[in-house]
Design a protein around this ligand. Structure first.
Ligand SMILES: Cc1cc2nc3c(=O)[nH]c(=O)nc-3n(C[C@H](O)[C@H](O)[C@H](O)COP(=O)(O)OP(=O)(O)OC[C@H]3O[C@@H](n4cnc5c(N)ncnc54)[C@H](O)[C@@H]3O)c2cc1C
Length: 517
């Protein structure tokens, strides 16, 4: 049990496998002067899932941490900027029903009671549009930085939209060529158990048994190590978040210079919603829906109607069907095996939490990597606590997007408001938010995935209003809030004048790159 951890074997070469390999090898790999060998086994017979094109701003830190060039990433992954999400039709489905969830914190956040002053004097303006300059940048198709802003630095906080297939290949090249990761293209046919119940090795078709000290299960939805071998089941979340199906397609732009949206557009449908993600060469569009509420045929008809209305006359290609069971594993790290990515669970793509969870998992495995098998169980317990908490917060945050809807035009929206479909903690928070705004008191960890500001953007975007107008606790509150609103407006004017268009900056990056630090 006190054997040293010298060899990490990752099974699976989708975004989860390669991201995890990169994070660990960049820190502990032999090419970085560390002690660890990292091997990645990837089946040539099972392609990666090929979706997962929206990210969270943490991806900038992750890419910087693994030592890639951001300009090369933009070029090789057909990547574009993402400054947040726009939700259309989620509140009441009327033509003017939309709101933004930007990545920039409200101006003056934590220094002034912005909500009270917003409701008192500016209630006719959408909350995000008043407190943040970023929705205005998105609406104007602006990039979040300038050509002279260095790689990974931002004028306005941003994440990426990317081509998932190209991203995997980009990471694989970096892992193999720069970080010394051993790539084993082979199919795992069995898991060989040791006497103590650990995994002793994984059996491959061509390369025999591959033995390691720690196994990372990145085998996708089938979860071959944690789920199938160890029988660690899923905690089903279908009673909270109903979506279990998706239809995905890639749509060319009508013109090579058509504008590229710098935010994910999420448009509510009768029994789900449609994502619309702009890359430099094409859009990724998909309908995610609940099979209990709509048939595949009717869901495809809604997707085709969306493309007809918003595709600029481009013919709609046949979509690809994907199914998933919304849920997460009872535990994520069991014995000498830890699951990362789809093998650990999947809820739905709203707010792009899946890749962010991969990044957080990879970072914690890397930062807490046990030196010996003896210490592994201590780390495993911490990991399980941390990620059970994270999954619960993701579920609360995603449910927040649904539970406040005023739509009653389908069973889907009516069922989403049923009290028994709302997690208890979220129900309690909603009660408390009637008297106070979401704040750091609602969230316990220093590295929360969604900050309290994100809860504010969604809560007030969805039309939630507190019961009473709370009196300011300090007499200078109104003045501070007013100053914050004026600052947001002034920043908005200046940035709209100074920042390039989204496509313009992406074209510049493709030709000349961004300055490196
Ligand atoms: C409809 C949909 C939309 C999504 N959108 C987003 C989004 O916008 N943002 C986001 O963050 N996430 C999104 N996700 C989730 C995202 O796609 C995944 O989290 C991400 O791609 C990671 O997948 P993965 O690497 O875990 O699995 P996969 O990509 O499925 O990779 C599994 C790997 O395991 C290997 N494998 C399988 N069996 C074997 C075997 N026997 N031997 C060896 N290797 C094997 C395969 O070869 C493959 O390399 C979406 C998911 C879905 C379903």
């Amino acid at each position: 049990m006190s054997a040293a951890i010298n060899h990490v074997v990752i099974v699976g070469g989708g975004s989860a496998g390669w991201l995890t390999a990169a994070v660990i090898a960049a820190e502990h790999g032999r090419a970085a002067g560390g002690r660890l060998q990292v091997s990645l086994l990837e089946s040539p017979e099972v392609p990666p899932i090929g979706v997962g094109e929206g990210t969270w701003p943490t991806m900038r830190d992750t890419l910087s941490r693994i030592g890639v060039s951001e300009s090369a990433f933009f070029r090789d992954c057909d990547a574009a900027f993402k400054q947040g999400s726009q939700f259309i039709g989620w509140v009441n489905g009327q033509p003017d029903d939309y709101y933004f969830h930007p990545f920039v914190l409200p101006q003056g956040y934590g220094e002034a009671n912005l909500v009270a002053e917003w409701l008192r004097h500016h209630a006719q303006v959408p909350f995000a549009d008043l407190v943040s300059f970023q929705p205005h940048l998105c609406a104007a198709g602006k990039a979040p930085k300038q050509a002279q802003t260095p790689e990974f630095a931002a004028v306005a906080n941003y994440a990426y939209h990317l081509d998932a297939g190209k991203f995997g290949l980009f990471l694989r090249r970096h892992c193999v060529e720069q970080l010394g990761v051993r790539h084993v293209p082979d199919h795992m046919v069995a898991v060989n158990a040791a006497d103590n119940g650990d995994i002793a090795s994984v059996q491959t078709r061509e390369h025999g048994a591959l033995a390691g000290d720690l196994y990372i299960d990145c085998t996708g939805l089938r979860s071959l190590l944690l789920g199938e071998h160890y029988g660690v089941g899923l905690i089903d979340q279908k009673q909270v978040l109903f979506n279990d199906s998706a239809l995905a397609l890639q749509l060319p732009y009508p013109q090579p210079d058509s504008p590229i949206a710098s935010h994910t557009i999420s448009t509510a449908q009768s029994s789900g919603w449609i994502w619309d993600i702009g890359l430099p060469t094409r859009r990724g569009i998909g309908h995610v829906y609940s099979s209990a509420h709509i048939s595949d045929e009717a869901a495809e008809a809604e997707l085709r109607r969306y493309v007809a209305a918003h595709g600029g006359g481009v013919e709609c290609p046949a979509p690809r069907k994907l199914g998933f069971q919304p849920g997460y594993r009872q535990r994520f790290w069991h014995r000498n095996c830890v699951a990362v990515g789809l093998s650990s669970g999947f809820i739905e793509p709203l707010e792009a939490s899946a890749l962010a969870l991969v990044e957080l998992s990879a970072a914690m495995i890397c930062d807490q990597l046990p030196a010996t098998r003896e210490r592994m169980d201590i780390v495993a317990e911490r990991f399980n606590d941390a990620f059970s908490y994270r999954w619960s917060r993701v579920i609360d945050f995603l449910k927040l997007h649904y539970v406040l809807t005023q739509r009653s035009d389908s069973d889907y929206w009516r069922d989403n408001c049923r009290p028994e479909s709302v997690p208890e903690r979220l129900r309690a928070q909603l009660a408390l938010w009637r008297q106070q705004s979401p704040s750091r008191y609602d969230l316990h960890r220093v590295d929360e995935m969604f900050p309290s500001a994100s809860y504010q953007y969604v809560l007030y975007g969805m039309g939630f209003r507190p019961d009473a107008d709370p009196a300011p606790r300090h007499s200078d509150q109104p003045e501070r809030a007013d100053r914050a609103f004026r600052e947001a407006a002034s920043l908005s004017r200046r940035m709209l004048a100074a920042l390039p268009g989204n496509r313009e900056l992406l074209a510049h990056i493709h030709h000349k790159g961004l300055p490196r630090h």
